[in-house]
Design a protein around this ligand. Structure first.
Ligand SMILES: Cc1ncc(COP(=O)(O)O)c(C=O)c1O
Length: 365
């Protein structure tokens, strides 16, 4: 580690090499760099909901008189609303500014410097980010060639420093589902297991009803994907009550804002509409998968989420991403040892699929 000078010498030395999280770029940063006007950019890089939020949310926010007042720090009303939606009693529930914040809180609760977190890679990057920020070590257990979790390898990776096991279900970026039996086997280790169900509404699978039965099961959900509220940042977790109490104690005060509460309330009044958009995305996922496969040079992997991971069989994923970006279509690319030459495409509206497939045919090499 190099000697730092000036104010930097006071910064935690373990953060000197911290890479941070590579969040997606906003379309406005692409002004003048793409061939289309900014408003025509098709954003398929962050698994957002192309149908947006419920129209009730925008109306209620425009009429909300309370933005000058802090929200209820105890999240009483919000937790009650989430109880109604999740079917899990409010004393198990903690809400966050996105489920990312709950991942961060869980790591802060369990991880002291030197502790270990097991993550089944490739998977969502925030598990690594928050582990390292707490001074912990991420133990990466590779998935198999179809991206299934290797349960015996997870169990073999456990040692006395292991504090949390992360399971994204369905997994991002692979879209893979973990069989319930495998989750139960991992829960039987007795270690805290974080089952991240950010894409639950697209998969229809959940272990939420088991939260009352296990003292080590934590389930995370979000309104970012199915309810189209990524920009308002609201997620929640279902925890054993004693863990929920600790999380409520260590969270930053007022961590979920007034607008997010209004948005949750209105979304839950409009579930039928929102679920109709989820069904449209699921139908489009099937069509996108078939169209991608027909190209012959991408290998799409079956997904139970709102995105599809593809292996790029000819050419470079990074170059492909750039050529699509030039045409105003944003996708995510991966070039890591465990995910060499892949792109991930969020499922959009039918017209987005049409534009994407046309562009892919044009940029093919
Ligand atoms: C697996 C997974 N968990 C959690 C999140 C975070 O969602 P948010 O913080 O928007 O609730 C994401 C976002 O992409 C995700 O893919």
């Amino acid at each position: 580690m190099s000697e730092k000078a000036g104010i930097e010498r006071l910064i935690r030395p373990d953060l000197a090499t911290f890479a941070g999280y590579a969040a997606r770029k906003s379309p406005e940063t692409l002004e003048g760099k793409v061939e289309v006007p900014l408003e025509s950019i098709i954003k398929l890089d962050a698994n957002e909901n192309p149908y947006g939020c419920s129209p009730r949310v925008s109306q209620a926010l425009a009429a909300c008189p309370n933005f000058n007042i802090y929200p209820d720090d105890g999240q009483t009303r919000l937790r009650k609303l989430l109880e109604g939606y999740s079917g899990v009693d409010a004393r198990h529930i903690v809400a966050g500014s996105g489920s990312n914040q709950l991942i961060d809180l869980v790591m802060r609760l369990f991880i002291s410097p030197g502790d270990e977190v097991i993550s089944c890679v490739p998977t969502f990057g925030i598990y690594s980010f928050s582990t390292k920020l707490c001074g912990g070590t991420l133990v990466e257990v590779p998935r198999d060639k179809n991206f299934a979790v290797n349960v015996s390898a997870v169990k073999a990776a456990i040692n006395k420093r292991t504090k949390v096991i992360c399971l994204a279900n369905p997994n991002n970026p692979t879209g893979t589902l973990i069989p319930r039996q495998d989750i139960l086997e991992i829960l039987d280790t007795g270690l805290p297991v974080l089952v991240d169900e950010a894409y639950h509404e697209f998969s229809g699978q959940t272990v939420a009803p088991l939260v009352g039965q296990y003292e080590n099961l934590m389930v995370l959900r979000t309104f970012s994907k199915w309810a189209g509220l990524a920009g308002l940042r609201v997620g929640y977790g279902l925890f054993p009550p004693q863990i929920a109490d600790y999380l409520l104690k260590i969270k930053i005060p007022y961590n979920v804002n007034v607008a997010a509460l209004v948005a949750v309330e209105e979304s839950l009044k409009d579930i039928d509409y929102l679920m109709s958009t989820v069904r449209a995305i699921i139908a489009e996922r099937g069509r996108l998968f078939a169209e991608l496969g027909k190209l012959g040079w991408l290998k799409p992997f079956p997904s139970l989420a709102n995105f599809i991971l593809c292996s790029v069989l000819s050419g470079q994923a990074t170059e492909l991403r750039q050529r699509l970006q030039d045409k105003g279509i944003l996708v995510r690319y991966f070039d890591q040892p465990i995910l060499r030459n892949f792109i991930r495409i969020s499922v959009g509206k039918p017209e987005h699929t049409d534009a994407l497939i046309k562009a892919l045919k044009e940029v093919a090499y």
